[in-house]
Design a protein around this ligand. Structure first.
Ligand code: ADP
Ligand code: MG
Length: 686
């Protein structure tokens, strides 16, 4: 094949790669990988350092290593479970290797006297240093080949070994000039995209690993980081640019909003008022609004959104409100019925509603009888058609992807107004550089007479103190959220929801607590929440399902287990579930007996401040280069690649390019965005 016949990698399905069958392609799809380009855009989240050979005596628990040694002893045990136990030694010491799953042939590789190279992570076992399921190879003439191997986000059915192999196949196609990853950026001075992608997956073993991590100095990292930040900028900028020439409905009639306001049991805060006024201006100028309303948990964004919705309804047009969970959709539904009345104008639409009932709702939406349609993803399913959708409100916007937003837009005749609500305060530095194109309103202060939440930390070894405190609190009519992170059972020493239930069952009466988690049926969840709201239960043992949208004013204590496992933003969000009523509120952060560096700093910040904006800024500062995974749980625009704070120069260059790109045809802009936010991944991610 000559080079001008190169195939565009985005048009080649990943199944064309050797070894990718039906089953593997399903697993790959879960990672958002459909085409060869998607595969190559599945970037490493770290690297395995196999550049230096170590002696066994030098190994440290929890660190990666590569060693070479001789098998001294092999034994197979069946108790407590089937396992192959290998003792490997070199001149300096020995290490145990355990295999729980293995094929019979492994015993021919690991036999007494074999010389092997083994790489893995050390840990302290019952008999000293050990490692589980390491990588291994038979040594040929004492050779050692330094390597830097990529570590990827994985999913069920895909191992590192498998993914690395596929990546090599795909990279070979690029190297042999058979395929090309199209470069959408206008002229720039950076390395070529194709070469950068090869480098990022297979760094030169002589280079410094840091240079390939977030904020790193390698040309490959910079080139790809540049593109990611451009894609982020474009995702809003291009909408804004196109909106200039679009016509949208004007909504000046504030009669219904006024009526709702006068029925409220409270006054709007001044921040709420100014946010409302800003948004009102947007919807009266005649071009589509694209605005983010940000405000801390409990700052009262919902009522502001409802007032804007009232303008639209007063004009006989429709509003769709999209919530990330069914629980939240239900709660909004109740609030909106309160505000707008119970005459069928407000409809709830979730995928859990039986088909027949749902069809009836579709009719009402199509006929225009339903004015406010509140729901989860169900509100933009293909079979839902609107009469005259004019405003779309996304609650907890960071949970929705760019392409989901595009999808709901298609339901409208005219281009709809869009209002995004976010409880994750976005630091100014980030807002300016990433969310260019998005107008922002901020509710900075909380409604008055909120009593500040007292936050304290408590090590696990003082659990007794916690239990007795909770006992006395619930006998005094308090209600408690008790939250556990979802944890991997292989991790020891952590309290999972089942362990916690055991503890609670010994300490409390069965009817005093309930358990709620994401895997339950919606009806069950709803019932459990009702019981809690009605004070039938005192303690709600929960996973992070309760993170958004639950409003039980009388619950005033929040216990968070393994709090060092949560990001700052998430802790803050969780804490926001309490402090909503008239009682003094407490948040108790349980942590390991001696939290280390970063965990300790995080806990310090969260106990010292309750201002979400300060927390967000601190959170960004604490994230050093290399902390890639963390960002997605902050609710900030999740960069897989580029560390925003790390490189101002790149920022500037990205600005320049983005401004050129928004002048290009919309189709080309869309391709850049979709490369970074694959539509099929976002939509399946429910
Ligand atoms: P969030 O911004 O987190 O979505 P909500 O809109 O759910 O917050 O509001 C939290 C609670 O505060 C609700 O119970 C709401 O009725 C109440 N609230 C909102 N605005 C005010 C206000 N100005 N004064 C008193 N309470 C308010
Ligand atoms: Mg909310």
């Amino acid at each position: 094949m000559s080079s001008d016949q190169k195939v565009d990698a985005s048009s080649l399905l990943v199944t064309t790669i050797k070894g990718v069958g039906e089953k593997l392609s399903q697993s790959l799809l879960r990672l958002g990988i459909k085409t060869v380009e998607d595969l190559l855009f599945h970037f490493p989240i770290g690297y395995q350092d196999k550049t230096k050979l170590k002696k066994i005596a030098e190994l440290v628990p929890e660190e990666d290593f590569v060693i070479q040694g001789v098998v001294e002893k092999v034994s197979q045990t069946f108790v407590p479970r089937k396992m192959l136990l290998v003792k490997l030694k070199d001149g300096t010491g020995h290490i145990y290797i355990r295999f729980f799953y293995y094929f019979p042939g492994l015993r021919n590789i690991f036999k007494e006297g074999s010389e092997l190279q083994v790489s893995g992570t050390g840990r302290l076992g019952r008999y000293g240093l050990e490692t589980i399921h390491p990588e291994y190879e038979v040594i040929k003439n004492n050779e050692f080949k330094p390597q830097i191997l990529p570590k990827y986000p994985l999913t069920k059915g895909i191992t590192h070994q498998k993914l690395r192999k596929l990546m090599v196949e795909a990279m070979n196609l690029v190297k042999e000039n058979k395929i090309e990853i199209f470069d959408y950026l206008p002229k720039h001075e950076f390395n070529s995209l194709n070469q950068s992608i090869i480098d990022i997956h297979s760094p030169n073993p002589n280079s410094n690993i840091e240079d390939y991590l977030i904020g790193g100095e390698s040309p490959a990292r910079k080139r790809i980081g540049l593109e990611e930040i451009v894609a982020n900028k474009i995702s809003y900028l291009s909408i804004k640019e196109q909106n200039k020439n679009r016509i949208a409905d004007k909504f000046e009639d504030d009669s219904l909003a006024k009526k709702i306001l006068s029925d409220l049991p409270f006054e709007l805060t001044s921040d709420q008022k100014s946010a409302y006024n800003e948004i009102c201006k947007d919807i009266t100028v005649g071009s589509p609004m694209l605005r983010l309303l940000q405000g801390d948990v409990g700052s009262g964004k919902t009522i502001v959104a409802a007032l804007i919705a009232a303008h639209v309804v007063a004009n006989g047009k429709q509003v769709a409100i999209l919530a990330p969970t069914t629980i939240l959709a239900n709660q909004h539904f109740q609030n909106f019925v309160n505000w707008f009345g119970n005459d069928g104008q407000v409809e709830l639409l979730t995928s859990k509603i039986p088909a027949k009932e749902r069809r009836a709702k579709y009719e009402k939406i199509l006929s225009g009888q339903a004015k406010i349609i509140i729901g989860t993803h169900a509100v933009f399913q293909e079979d839902v058609s609107y009469d005259n959708l004019s405003l779309v409100i996304y609650d907890e916007q960071h949970r929705f992807g760019v392409s989901q937003r595009l999808k709901l837009k298609e339901k409208a005749d005219n281009y709809p107004h869009q209002l995004l609500l976010s409880a994750t305060p976005i630091p100014r530095t980030m807002a300016m550089s990433v969310l260019s194109g998005l107008d922002i309103s901020t509710i900075r202060s909380l409604p008055p007479n909120r009593i500040p939440i007292v936050t304290t930390t408590l090590p696990n070894n003082r659990r007794d103190a916690l239990i007795s405190r909770i006992k006395s609190a619930i006998s005094d009519n308090s209600q408690v959220y008790w939250v556990c992170p979802l944890i991997d059972e292989s991790e020891s020493g952590l309290t999972g929801i089942e362990d916690l239930e055991k503890i609670l069952s010994q300490e409390f009466n069965k009817n005093e607590y309930d358990i709620i988690h994401g895997k339950m049926k919606d009806g069950d969840k709803q019932k459990i929440l009702e019981d809690f709201k009605n004070k039938k239960t005192k303690i709600l043992l929960a996973t992070t399902v309760i993170e958004v949208g639950i409003d039980v004013p009388d619950a005033n204590i929040m216990v968070i287990e393994n709090s060092e496992r949560f990001g700052l933003a998430q802790l803050h969000q969780l804490r926001g579930r309490v402090g909503r009523g008239t009682k003094d509120s407490f948040c108790i952060l349980m942590h390991s007996d001696d939290p280390t560096g970063l965990a300790e700093q995080r806990l310090k910040i969260i106990t010292e401040t309750s201002d979400g904006f300060v927390i967000a800024e601190e959170d960004l500062k604490l994230r050093g280069p290399g902390d890639i995974l963390g960002l997605s749980q902050t609710g900030l625009p999740s960069f897989t690649f580029f560390d925003l704070l790390a490189n101002k120069e790149l920022q500037k260059e990205a600005d320049r390019l983005a401004n050129e790109i928004v002048k290009m045809p919309a189709e080309q802009q869309r391709r850049i965005v979709e490369r970074w936010f694959p539509a099929h991944l976002e939509l399946s991610d429910v």
